[in-house]
Design a protein around this ligand. Structure first.
Ligand code: HGY
Ligand code: MN
Ligand code: MN
Length: 419
């Protein structure tokens, strides 16, 4: 694999920054950051903007049944494309870069090739997948999972948000329930550029992460049914307190991470009490538990420990606890050749590069079982993400996008079916 930059192409960082800032207007929050939840009006505005850019760059755009948006630039030969993908939906406290960087860097690569008049052997596809975050509709990585056949389209379309609105209804409402069959493109290989969303690169003083894989993810929702009662008159022995049971689960989730140590993490992101009044013992609680580990056996152990906590708490507090699985992904390893390519291109470009796993889930993990897949990380300032203060310096964005471009160009000249 030649690592030279044959056309001496560089990403136009001003163009990339302009697109990031413009897309950041769709769902912009007072005081900075973005709330562009999947299939919201803000998501529609972002989708309209991105597909408009795709068409302006001369890409052939397809929208599939789950709303995935894929723009394809023709190659000299009608071979399987090199795909660059990520997402433009955000969490409610989103930054400008999570997901957006990967899609918009893909568009800047197309712009650079257009400006240089370069046509690659293979087509190049730029994809924005629906609902990567899973913040409004579970599971996360929904669009890429449907594209790769690991989530059935009917189940995805039926997923409902907290207000009972389904993915199918919302896709139709915003005009993105497209005609194309999900998975109609099987890429030659798949790349994703993404902010690290953690502190590793910055603390180590490195510029580029050659990502080795993604850790396992387990999301559960528990609905706890107790009995509402008077906060003052009800003796402790007579209480069936859904609020207390939820608090126990939250504390025990943290204890599980402490007991297992290592890479184990545990998060309670949702904890809603009903009726949620100062002087009423909660009759109902809804709580979510996000468990992750790089090791599948340890993740299963964490899940078993949490299930035991739920059983014991239900019995002791005399409440009923109903669990619902929201998402479950085993750890994924990326292709060693793709990891090596990202690493060597970054090193050849004089960048400090390290191999590292991803703590966050990504669309790339859906492609890893189907084609050679690799990711490029750039540092997150202070390791912050899913926070309106998410930031990466333009020079760091440029470095990551240039590595992505050279890796894409190298693979776009490959002739064999799969490396
Ligand atoms: O939850 C995740 O890791 C990703 O942001 N969806
Ligand atoms: Mn992301
Ligand atoms: Mn995210």
């Amino acid at each position: 694999m030649t690592l030279t930059n044959p056309h001496n192409l560089r990403i136009d960082i001003d163009g990339l920054m302009a697109r990031l800032m413009q897309l950041g207007q769709d769902g912009a929050l007072e005081g900075g950051g973005v709330c562009r939840l999947a299939l919201s009006d803000a998501d529609k505005a972002g989708r309209d903007r991105v597909t408009g850019w795709m068409r302006a760059l001369g890409l052939e755009v397809s929208i599939d049944h789950i709303g995935n948006m894929i723009g394809v630039r023709a190659g000299q030969e009608n071979l399987a494309p090199v795909m660059i993908g990520s997402h433009i939906d955000t969490v409610a406290t989103g930054g400008l870069y999570d997901g957006n960087l990967g899609v918009l860097a893909g568009l800047e690569i197309i712009a650079a090739l257009n400006a240089a008049g370069v046509q690659t052997r293979r087509p190049i596809a730029v994809a924005a997948f629906t609902n990567e975050e899973g913040a409004r509709f579970a599971p996360d990585m929904m669009g890429s999972a449907v594209d790769r056949g690991s989530l059935e389209i009917g189940a995805a379309l039926a997923a409902a948000d907290a207000d009972g609105l389904t993915v199918g209804e919302e896709l139709a409402r915003i005009g993105y329930r497209g005609p194309a069959e999900p998975g109609h493109i099987t890429p030659h290989c798949f790349f994703e550029l993404h902010v690290e969303q953690g502190p590793v690169l910055e603390e180590a003083g490195f510029e580029i992460g050659a990502v080795t894989g993604v850790q396992g993810i387990s999301w559960m929702e528990y609905v706890i049914e107790g009995v509402s009662n008077h906060a003052g008159t009800t003796p402790m022995r007579l209480r069936r307190d859904a609020g207390h049971a939820a608090a126990v689960i939250a504390v025990e989730a943290r204890q599980i991470a402490a007991k297992l140590g290592g890479d184990q993490v545990a998060t309670v992101g949702v904890c809603a009490l009903d009726p949620g009044l100062v002087n009423v013992i909660a009759r109902r609680a809804r709580i979510t538990v996000d468990l992750r580990n790089t090791d599948e056996a340890l993740l299963r152990r964490a899940e078993a420990m949490m299930a035991e906590v739920v059983r014991e708490t239900a019995a002791r507090e005399q409440v009923t606890i109903t669990g619902r699985r929201l998402a479950r992904f085993e750890p994924v390893a990326f292709d060693p050749g793709m990891i090596g390519l990202v690493h060597d291109i970054a090193a050849a470009d004089g960048r400090k590069v390290m191999r590292m796993p991803s703590g966050a889930g990504h669309d790339a993990q859906m492609f890893a079982p189907h084609c050679p897949t690799g990711m490029v990380f750039v540092p997150s300032k202070g390791g912050i993400s899913h926070n309106i203060r998410e930031h990466t310096d333009p020079e760091q964005l440029q470095a990551g996008a240039d590595v992505l471009m050279q890796a894409v160009l190298a693979k776009a000249e490959e002739t064999e079916a799969r490396s």
